[in-house]
Design a protein around this ligand. Structure first.
Ligand code: SF4
Ligand code: SF4
Ligand code: SF4
Length: 201
């Protein structure tokens, strides 16, 4: 995903630093001086930690320190420019960073800070989502005319790898991406009676 496609400022700045760090061309980091090489590596790892839901308040201070160190210790304009990018992000988006540390990505781009969920009121139990889920994270029973006692569809959060395939195939728009912090872990579902096409007599 390119930087222009990232709405999340945390994702965007991490992608930008990664591009600099991994670029083998003359535009990328040359690795000649330690403050730049180690600082950029540490900054990327800190962003990854925050995006995985393991962020802590100390990470903001660590990123600020890295921005200063790379600016002071970097030996060329490229390195200093990227220190400025990090510093500008920390100045303009500290609230976004703090929100991520609290477990929320409002852009829903940091995949470990969101969860996929099925709205049972919209779900018609067609089984299309379960059929495409390679991680076997979706359980439920396909509705069969004339039978009763179906287990509703739900996503097992521990198995879900946030690939997004289920959303693409749901004909009812019954699957949504929600912020982790707003939703309590669901209890195991009990089968519900779902009566279809029974004889009225
Ligand atoms: S600051 Fe410049 S010279 Fe130093 S590692 Fe980074 S790109 Fe290379
Ligand atoms: S997002 Fe991917 S892994 Fe998660 S339930 Fe949907 S298809 Fe399965
Ligand atoms: S694809 Fe949509 S409607 Fe069909 S079972 Fe899954 S969530 Fe329900």
């Amino acid at each position: 995903m390119s930087q222009q496609e990232n709405k999340c400022p945390v994702m965007a700045v991490k992608v930008r630093l990664e591009k600099f760090y991994n670029d083998d061309s003359k535009d990328g980091m040359c690795s000649k001086c330690h403050p730049c090489k180690l600082g950029m590596y540490d900054a990327i790892k800190i962003f990854e930690t925050i995006q995985s839901g393991k962020g802590a308040d100390k990470h903001i201070a660590q990123l600020k320190r890295i921005a200063v160190d790379v600016k002071d210790g970097g030996m060329c304009k490229k390195g200093k420019d990227h220190a400025d990018i990090l510093a500008a992000f920390l100045k303009d988006h500290e609230a976004d960073l703090a929100r991520h540390i609290a477990g929320v990505c409002t852009s829903h781009e940091c995949k470990y800070l969101v969860r996929y969920e099925i709205n049972r009121d919209l779900c018609t139990m067609c089984d299309k989502c379960a059929a495409v889920c390679k991680d076997f994270a979706i359980e439920g029973q396909k509705l069969v005319q004339g039978k009763t006692g179906f287990t509703p569809f739900r996503i097992r959060q521990k198995r879900c790898t946030h690939c997004g395939e289920c959303i693409k195939v749901c004909p009812e728009n019954a699957i949504s991406i929600n912020e982790v912090i707003t939703v309590a872990d669901a209890e195991p579902e009990k089968p519900v009676r779902h009566v279809v096409g029974t004889c009225p007599v």
